[in-house]
Design a protein. Structure first.
Length: 170
């Protein structure tokens, strides 16, 4: 699995990253990650390179950045289960994921879509906070993945479900 970090996130994690060569990689196992803050809480938005399936990790502490690989795996599984993907396909995906390699970002289009999602997250959280409602991180992530993407002409959760179905068949 390749996790492509923005400069801000690689600085936070104290990792030196270089430009990746993903020509021989299955892009379904490649993710972009960007750090942002909501109030004083550190958050990371992670987005899949192929499907644009994304999730937010909220309220991260220094220790979370040292254990980022495990946190990523837990969040991938948790969000896949939240979207009610088939457990066998989730297990198959997680077995195929392999070791984590951190690299620099390589696709401005993905970064742009990540910034749009971050804007949506900030808006949703501020709106719900004003209404006095409790914010479910899982529900927030589910809502983000039901956002239509014009460039891909579909929804991220549908694209990820189809990609898991396709990779499971092979």
């Amino acid at each position: 699995m390749h996790i492509q970090l923005t400069k801000k996130l690689s600085d936070e994690m104290k990792i030196k990253v270089e430009k990746p060569d993903l020509s021989n990689e299955n892009q379904l196992f490649c993710w972009h990650a960007n750090i942002f803050k909501i109030g004083r809480k550190k958050c990371v938005l992670v987005m899949n390179n192929v499907t644009r399936y994304c999730f937010v990790m909220y309220g991260l502490l220094k220790k979370d950045f040292t254990n980022f690989e495990e946190l990523m795996r837990e969040n991938i599984v948790g969000n896949f289960l939240g979207n009610e993907f088939d457990i066998e396909k989730i297990d198959f995906y997680m077995e195929q994921i392999g070791d984590v390699q951190y690299t620099a970002t390589s696709d401005r289009s993905i970064i742009s879509q990540m910034n749009d999602m971050i804007y949506q997250v900030e808006h949703i959280i501020h709106f719900l906070a004003e209404e006095g409602e409790t914010i479910s991180l899982l529900q927030l992530n589910l809502d983000l993945n039901e956002t239509p993407l014009v460039k891909l002409n579909s929804y991220p959760y549908k694209l990820m479900r189809d990609a898991l179905d396709e990779s499971f068949i092979k």
